[in-house]
Design a protein around this ligand. Structure first.
Ligand code: ADP
Ligand code: MG
Length: 271
């Protein structure tokens, strides 16, 4: 079965309960409302997500599309533990995110999730490889894999590269995305497309299970956007990471195995 067919099969409506091992992410009736204070007192609630239910398989690629203001970023931030839903359940790798305290949530965010945004958010005073290594500096937490750090040296359990240090992984991935000669350059010396590729490598450095990208090509020219889209899908395969991309660019969305549309606060299959 091709990857695309596999993604289609697992998204089929009849398949509501998967073996836990196949399902990485499960959202059940996620609702998000923002309080909007009314002039004379009281509150006009703004309903952004009106009951989102979603299952995403390991190594799947998924695009979520919808017009500006439809709640795409809100949904991605809830999936990425940057925000909490008003109600509903989010399970990541079988763990209910609502049941975790702030420290545990921060550890999940650091180890299991990688983020790419429209802006690269690279530190201008740090080199390319230093920027990539920033997420490895967080301290280890119980119950989760040991943190990679440049001084750790060798470490077991790195997917596909059992004894690779964080610095070696950073250098390998930077080379993989065509930046092997730019490790010690600063972000200001790179093009927009190159900076965004650094941001992608930084998102992958801790070997997350889930890569979340919010309009990752939104600030790029057409050619750079195309090559970044291709790169994201290639890295999904090579690194075995689940990829969820939020975008209003159909060209990018169509690269993903499955495309869902956020409309009126709910996810629907694209017509
Ligand atoms: P998208 O990413 O699809 O453009 P967003 O998720 O950013 O949409 O926003 C969805 C809606 O939620 C918008 O109407 C936005 O104004 C509103 N919104 C987002 N964050 C907040 C907030 N913190 N307080 C109030 N409203 C918000
Ligand atoms: Mg947005």
């Amino acid at each position: 079965m091709t990857e695309r067919n596999w993604a289609f099969a697992i998204s089929g409506k009849s398949r509501t309960h998967w073996p836990m091992s196949a399902c990485l992410l499960r959202l059940t009736n996620v609702i998000k409302r923002y309080a909007v204070p009314r002039g004379g007192g009281g509150d006009d609630g703004l309903s952004v997500l009106a009951g989102v239910t979603l299952e995403v398989g390991r190594r799947e690629t998924l695009a979520i599309v919808g017009p500006s203001g439809s709640g795409k970023s809100t949904l991605l931030q809830i999936i990425g533990t940057l925000d909490r839903p008003t109600s509903g359940e989010v399970l990541l790798d079988g763990r209910n995110l609502a049941a975790l305290d702030d420290v545990e949530v921060a550890a999940v965010r650091n180890r299991q999730i990688g983020f790419v945004f429209q802006s690269h958010f690279l530190l201008p005073q740090c080199t390319v490889i230093e920027n990539v290594l920033v997420p490895t500096l967080a301290s280890p937490s119980p119950g989760l894999p040991a943190t990679l750090s440049p001084s750790d040296g060798e470490r077991d359990g790195v997917r596909g590269r059992p004894t690779e240090s964080a610095a070696a992984r950073a250098a390998r991935l930077l080379k993989r995305v065509g930046l092997g000669e730019r490790l010690h350059h600063r972000p200001g010396q790179l093009s927009g497309g190159e900076r965004q590729r650094v941001a992608v490598v930084r998102a992958l450095i801790n070997q997350p299970q889930l890569l979340l990208a919010d309009e990752p090509t939104g600030a790029l020219d057409h050619a750079s956007a195309n090559s970044l889209g291709r790169l994201l899908v290639e890295l999904n395969r090579e690194e075995g990471v689940t990829l969820i991309v939020v975008t209003h660019a159909m060209e990018l969305a169509k690269r993903m195995g499955r495309v869902l549309e956020l409309r009126d606060g709910k996810l629907e299959n694209m017509a």
